[in-house]
Design a protein around this ligand. Structure first.
Ligand code: 5RP
Length: 224
């Protein structure tokens, strides 16, 4: 089973690069086990002589790019023609939950800056409404307890600090709160409420950001 899922991730990562990435462009590269395959394919094309540069959404992606000699630039050094990234859940209206790997802040920064944001997933990630996957919320550590109280005041929700007593620390030196809302009726509104809490850096709700979703299933890769 695991090997089959990995093969689909490879197929969708490769397909996204081959469909959307052009020579002599700057691209955004996501984080996670599906984005890994897009990085791999970009590495092959760079090795073949194409001049593609990338903004990485995490230190781990930076490391993978360096290993493959993909030149890195900073956010806004160059226009990002397309950003490619995975997701934890994709709803019918293309609302996403992201941040399972804890890279949500940079992932959202890159998605916002890119001309085109292409999401790459296996079909298990498709849902009617986002929210069954625990929603990651990045918080400034000093305010984590206050933010937890404020989130619990929004809705009946279980909030847990990722890593528990040994908190998971993001690339921005913050913590992640995983929030189990269940199916979310209005993700845009919830994202606004969360981001208005002092101490919240961002939420893993990506609403009106995805331009294209490529889905890998048993019969190959299709657009949603
Ligand atoms: C990392 C992310 C990932 O894109 C998301 O968790 C999906 O990862 P994977 O492709 O490994 O399932 O948002 O912060």
């Amino acid at each position: 089973m695991a090997a089959r899922v990995d093969e689909r991730k490879r197929a969708v990562g490769f397909a996204a690069v081959d469909r959307y990435v052009r020579d002599r462009t700057c691209i955004g590269l996501g984080t996670g086990s599906t984005a890994y395959w897009a990085i791999e394919r970009v590495g092959e094309r760079v090795a073949a002589g194409e001049r593609i540069v990338a903004v990485a959404t995490s230190r781990e992606t930076e490391r993978l790019c360096r290993e493959r000699s993909i030149p890195l630039v900073e956010l806004m050094d160059e226009e990002i023609a397309v950003a490619l990234d995975g997701a934890d859940e994709v709803a019918a209206d293309l609302a996403l939950i992201k941040g399972g790997g804890g890279a949500l802040f940079r992932e959202k920064a890159v998605a916002l800056a890119a001309r085109l944001f292409v999401v790459i997933v296996t079909e298990e990630k498709l849902v009617q409404r986002v929210g069954n996957y625990p929603l990651p919320v990045e918080v400034v550590p000093f305010s984590a307890t206050y933010v937890t109280r404020e989130i619990e005041a929004i809705a009946p929700v279980s909030v847990s600090r990722r890593g528990g007593a040994t908190p998971f620390v993001t690339d921005n030196a913050n913590w992640i709160l995983d929030c189990r809302f269940g199916p979310i009726d209005d993700p845009a509104h919830l994202d606004e409420l969360l981001r208005a809490i002092h101490g919240v850096v961002t939420s893993g709700l990506f609403v009106d950001l995805a331009d294209e979703v490529l889905v890998a299933g048993p019969n190959g890769v299709r657009s949603l």
